[in-house]
Design a protein around this ligand. Structure first.
Ligand SMILES: [Zn+2]
Length: 492
């Protein structure tokens, strides 16, 4: 850990958690305690000096669907899991020095999907929903019209400067966010094939293995094995599951052939055996589809590495390049937990992403490495009611006097809820006080019934430390993130 960060952590530990401890011990917290906490925070802010040098390395964390309400709920959840005061808990993400609000609308919608938003972060322009790595002129599904509209990404730039590159996700490696690092396509769903009439466009799996950026990636880690395997081939972990590719290609074999010194692994044991100091690229695909939710990871048959372990291994591997590296790390399943209306799984995955951020901050030097944590878009998660301090974040709302808070229908309600989604209530509304709202599979109540809860359109946060991080302030456009990162990578 570098000295400024150590100081920052020390300051954080001396402020919020001390106060938290006092509260959890039931002692009287006085106005003076809060003043001391505020003064400690002020001193930390005044002592911080912008790092203006060149960012040799850049690590971009994207929490898919990790809006500000998720940040708050995940902070409380992470603290409460540790038996600490959740509200004042300081996460690894919270410890980053600079922050800005980020406008996430796409070229054609108020509320965006992950394709144009991840592409904006990594490519520097806004584009249309469903489209990856192309300009706003490109229409969704229009293969012929997409020609000549490729937008180079921060990965093209990194590779042109001799930097090493890597992509990690807990979703399919061909899913929209990771694909935005290496693919250009008018349809995010063309992961393993393209429809009739679009044969002039390569599917995303082939772009990962054959494309100019994809073929140079030193580290590729995630899920989505079946999108790389032919329909005739059985999955090594689940023999009943076959590949999805109708073109007969085995892209993991093609990748291994193209990189004779490379290491392809598909389970946690083989991944743990990899020596990041030895030469050769790494491809790890740990599930036929998305990797497991963090909450379900321990139950996986062949085992899956944690996002934090994948992060540490990738940083060690990429650090061998003296010119530096760019690494994208996506917590891909926060989004899926929310779509399922299942806040607990979403929060568990947000905490796993925070552990990965912590692992990165422990490993890198913030004098030469820009670390940023952002999200592509929000969700409809809301945190509401007036729950008493320390109320379980997944629980029903209890008033400050400890009594159950009740709606006008005489029934309890949870702190967390969704505007729409599969948890939508029927009349009469079920009483959450009669259910275990903290259970793993519990779906928070919602207003509008939808089989899949939707994204939210309000601003997300970007937080950063390291060279160029001071440029993240105020309210910025999402595509400006690319320009800030590139400026940091070229600074004197
Ligand atoms: Zn989504």
């Amino acid at each position: 850990m570098s000295r400024p960060l150590a100081a920052l952590f020390a300051a954080a530990i001396l402020s919020a958690p001390v106060l938290a401890q006092t509260i959890s011990e039931g002692a009287q917290v006085t106005a003076e305690d809060y003043r001391r906490q505020g003064q400690a925070e002020l001193a930390r802010l005044k002592a911080a000096r912008p790092v203006t040098g060149r960012a040799k390395n850049v690590i971009i964390f994207i929490g898919d669907g990790m809006g500000v309400s998720t940040l708050t709920a995940a902070r409380i959840y992470e603290g409460q899991k540790l038996g600490r005061d959740g509200e004042s808990f300081v996460t690894a993400m919270d410890s980053l020095s600079y922050a800005a609000l980020v406008k996430t609308y796409s070229h054609d919608t108020q509320v965006a999907d992950s394709a144009p938003t991840a592409s904006a972060i990594l490519g520097g322009v806004k584009l249309r929903n469903g489209v990856i790595g192309l300009g706003p002129e490109a229409l969704e599904n229009d293969c012929a019209g997409s020609k000549g509209k490729d937008v180079p990404t921060i990965f093209d730039f990194a590779q042109s400067t001799g930097r090493a590159t890597g992509v990690i996700t807990t979703a399919r490696i061909t899913h929209a966010t990771p694909a935005a690092a290496y693919a250009h396509t008018p349809q995010r769903d063309w992961e393993a094939s393209v429809p009739d009439g679009a044969q002039a466009c390569l599917d995303i799996g082939r772009q990962l293995v054959e494309g100019p950026v994809g073929s140079k990636l030193e580290v590729i880690l995630g899920g989505g094995r079946s999108y790389m395997m032919p329909t005739t081939m059985a999955d090594p972990e689940y023999p009943d599951v076959k590949g999805k590719r109708t073109d007969g290609r085995d892209l993991t074999a093609a990748w291994a052939a193209a990189h004779p010194t490379g290491h392809y692994v598909w389970n946690a044991v083989d991944f743990a055996k990899l020596d990041p100091a030895s030469p050769g690229k790494i491809m790890g695909l740990f599930e036929p589809d998305h990797m497991r939710y963090e909450a379900d990871r321990a139950g996986d048959k062949a085992g899956e590495p944690s996002l934090a372990l994948m992060t540490r291994t990738a940083i060690r591997k990429l650090s061998a390049n003296k010119k530096g590296y760019v690494l994208l790390i996506e917590g891909g399943r926060i989004d899926h937990g929310h779509h399922a209306g299942n806040a607990r799984r979403a929060l568990e995955d947000a905490v796993a992403l925070d552990h990965a951020v912590h692992a990165a901050l422990q490993t890198v030097n913030l004098k030469d490495t820009l670390v940023l944590v952002t999200s592509d878009h929000s969700h409809t998660l809301v945190m509401s009611g007036y729950p008493i301090r320390g109320n379980p974040i997944l629980g029903v709302v209890r008033n400050v006097d400890g009594t159950l808070a009740k709606g006008d229908d005489g029934k309890a309600y949870t702190t967390l809820g969704y505007t729409n989604g599969p948890g939508a209530v029927t009349v009469p509304r079920p009483d959450p006080a009669t259910l275990d709202t903290t259970a793993l599979a519990y779906k928070q109540q919602a207003l509008v019934p939808l089989s899949s809860e939707t994204h939210g359109g309000e601003d997300v946060a970007v937080r950063a430390s390291g060279p160029g991080a001071y440029l993240f302030r105020g309210t910025i456009e999402q595509h400006s993130i690319f320009h800030i990162v590139k400026a940091a990578m070229t600074a004197k």
